[in-house]
Write a protein that binds this ligand. Structure first.
Ligand code: NDP
Length: 288
């Protein structure tokens, strides 16, 4: 039976560390770090993520402003907003909430953000630094996963980490962090064209699921004693809940729980860690 890795507890530790550092910074006469968030359109999920980020920032003493714009704003106007934030010395971090409306090219907007303010770690320069192992902003969800593993005292050196999913926000950056000196995992990344995926998953000492498919990882894909990290956040209908759905991950939790040595729950696992790393990045942007 597995031990739970509690993202709420571990993220609270990180938030407390950031809060202490922010308060020391203010005691020394400096202004609080400032995160500028750009939210475009009415997507309820995006609005809810942005609200969560603003609330978490306020709790640790980081100033954050959310600038909201209608979905029909032009790409040119968004670029101008980013340029203005780049030039504004009082702004430490810039976060443009994705996805953007379809007439706006996400990549163009991300590339326009100053790498010095790129707290999401999506700019090509940030990604390049990550790949060659230089210090810099951390990709929020992958770094949150590394924090969960290392703060739980789990050894990563020489362990075989199998990541299912190769997205630019989870799978690929996580593979790079897992390979980093000091973490030293041996990494396999799987995707929709991978052959014999269950067989590969069964070889994992650390199995990470980042697919977006409820119960994709079944019990027979988990090696006895493996560490299972479930990144997925999926809504499944549930008439017994007031809101009509519940959130589940990509892993069949009950079956994996019986075989794994450690497992992350959904909700309350990787999700809270993501915001905690964003706060760390914003503090770093203010101090560097
Ligand atoms: P993407 O849709 O960008 O990527 C999904 C990946 O899964 C792709 O690489 C895709 O492969 C792969 N995949 C899809 N179907 C299969 C299959 N049948 N077999 C093997 N691989 C498959 O998703 P994200 O990475 O953005 O997110 C993944 C999940 O994590 C989602 O549920 C999302 O909500 C959640 N998430 C949670 C976060 C958190 O804070 N906890 C943060 C970010 C995401 P291919 O590339 O070949 O298409």
């Amino acid at each position: 039976m597995a031990q739970l890795i509690d993202g709420k507890v571990l993220s609270a530790q990180i938030r407390a560390e950031v809060k202490e550092a922010v308060s020391k910074r203010i005691d020394s006469g400096k202004r609080p770090p400032y995160l500028a968030v750009v939210l475009i359109g009415e997507d309820p999920a995006s609005a809810s993520y942005v609200h969560g980020k603003a609330k978490a920032s306020a709790e640790v003493g980081i100033r954050s402003d959310t600038m909201t714009y209608d979905a029909d704003i032009s790409e040119q106007e968004v670029l101008k907003i980013v340029e203005r934030l780049n030039r504004d010395d009082s702004v430490d971090g810039i976060l443009v909430q994705l996805p953007l409306p379809s007439h706006i090219d996400d990549r163009k907007i991300i590339n326009a953000i100053s790498p010095a303010k790129d707290v999401d770690c999506f700019h090509p320069e940030s990604v390049g630094n990550l790949v060659i192992g230089l210090d810099g902003f951390q990709p929020a969800t992958p770094a949150g996963i590394i924090e969960m593993i290392t703060r739980s005292g789990i050894e990563t050196s020489g362990q075989h980490c199998v990541i299912i999913g190769r997205s630019n926000i989870v799978g690929k950056p996580l593979a790079n962090l897992m390979l980093k000196k000091g973490i030293d995992a041996t990494v396999t990344v799987c995707h929709s064209r991978t052959k014999n995926l269950p067989e590969i998953a069964r070889q994992a000492d650390i199995l990470v699921a980042a697919i977006g498919w409820p119960n994709f990882v079944t019990g027979d894909m988990v090696k006895e004693g493996a560490i299972v990290i479930d990144v997925g956040i999926n809504r499944v209908d549930d008439a017994s809940r007031e809101r009509g759905y519940r959130l589940v991950g990509d892993v069949d939790f009950g079956a994996a729980f019986e075989k794994a040595s450690y497992i992350t729950p959904v909700p309350g696992g990787v999700g809270p860690m993501t915001i905690a790393v964003l706060l760390q990045n914003t503090l770093m942007a203010a101090t560097s």
